[in-house]
Ligand binder design. Structure first.
Ligand code: MRU
Length: 355
């Protein structure tokens, strides 16, 4: 399995995604501040991977803390949470993970006889549990979603929603992997995904690693390929899904969704439940991260644009729910209207099973 991130006795080890595909280099973060830096600089990226990285960062921070009392550890923990929450604003998995670690801290601290040592052990275990759960969720998404993909044909994806964006297996690429394991003859078309090139560098690298036939295309080629009948389905991941089914994902996703609708091609979104944000009513309220201009003006250290020209670099866009054929989650496949299906699935999961 591709080792995107891993808890080790020395710290959290990350496969440096800024160096792929040409170099397979690992970065060891030994402090929570270093984990925050690794998330901001996109050494690790992809919503589910960002969430679990933050949880591991908090576990690391608590492990390293010299605090000798629970209140002192709790005060430091608040600072750690603030630092990690300030890394990337769009992926709701980040805030979900921090919230879950906060809740676990409170639970552990409320035990009679709780000590900093017992909290450290509990939080490390919680972060590692989130890692395992993420992989299991990806596998379940794969099982639920595989049948939606064509038995044979082209599947377009945008950005990287694979093992590299999760703790392993992937969301959109997990569904593709699962379909291929079930015998579908799929050819993946990977949008290169300007400006950070997650498709060209990461999706291509990871699918080739698994021997899944893949062709990289420039983002502006998708329309033409659709018109030529080369694309039978589109599948992407998500950074946040609002209560009405609007989907925030890598910049360019919205355009692909509009093109898919125009060509009568199904547009699927695969995401774990930690990406669903029922507290945000619509996509209009999703905060969109703005990345540094240099990601657009330069490539490989070389300047591409004239000095002083205006630059926009929003990292994500919002695809309105009306373009989304289905949302694939570990809880099953959801269909429109998403305001109903998302809420129903949430309620079903929170009601304990009887009998
Ligand atoms: O800026 P990135 O590379 O973190 O953006 C990643 C994406 O947009 C992914 O599609 C999304 O996080 C889903 S990953 C399973």
């Amino acid at each position: 399995m591709i080792p995107t991130l891993e808890w080790t006795s020395e710290g959290v080890r990350f496969l440096d995604q800024t160096r792929l595909p040409l170099e397979e280099v690992y970065v060891l973060a030994t402090t929570y501040q270093q984990v925050a830096e690794v998330i901001t600089t996109m050494v690790v990226r992809g919503a589910p991977a960002i969430g679990v990285s933050a949880a591991m960062g908090l576990a690391l921070g608590v492990k390293n803390s010299p605090a000798t009392t629970v209140p002192a550890l709790a005060a430091e923990f608040q600072t750690m949470c603030r630092t990690l929450a300030a890394t990337r604003p769009t992926a709701v998995n980040l805030f979900w993970a921090i919230e879950r670690m906060k809740n676990r801290f409170t639970e552990l601290a409320s035990h009679s006889g709780a000590t900093p040592a017992s909290i450290r052990i509990g939080l490390i275990a919680e972060a590692r549990r989130m890692y395992d759960e993420d992989i299991a969720a990806c596998r379940r998404m794969g099982t639920h979603g595989a049948a939606l993909l064509p038995r044979s044909g082209g599947v377009l994806t945008h950005c990287n929603a694979g093992a590299l964006a999760t703790c392993g297996y992937g969301t959109a690429l997990g569904v593709i992997r699962s379909a291929v394991e079930q015998g579908h003859q799929i050819h993946v078309y990977a949008d290169e995904t300007r400006p950070f090139l997650q498709g060209a560098r990461l999706t291509a690298w990871e699918l080739m690693h698994d021997g899944i036939p893949t062709t990289v295309i420039c983002d502006n080629m998708a329309a033409s390929l659709m018109r030529q009948g080369k694309i039978q389905a589109v599948i992407v991941g998500a950074d946040r899904i609002a209560a009405n089914g609007d989907v925030a994902n890598k910049i360019g996703t919205y355009g692909v969704a509009v093109l898919a609708k125009e060509h009568g091609i199904p547009f699927f979104v695969a995401a774990p439940w930690s990406t669903i944000d029922l507290k945000t009513a619509t996509g209009d309220s999703i905060p969109i991260e703005k990345r540094p201009e240099i990601e657009v003006t330069h490539h490989g250290g070389k300047q591409l644009t004239p000095h002083g020209v205006g630059i926009e670099n929003p990292a994500f866009d919002v695809t309105p729910a009306k373009y989304v054929t289905a949302i694939i989650t570990e809880r099953g496949v959801l269909r429109p209207p998403y305001s109903d299906s998302l809420q129903e699935r949430e309620t079903a999961a929170s009601v304990p099973a009887t009998g």
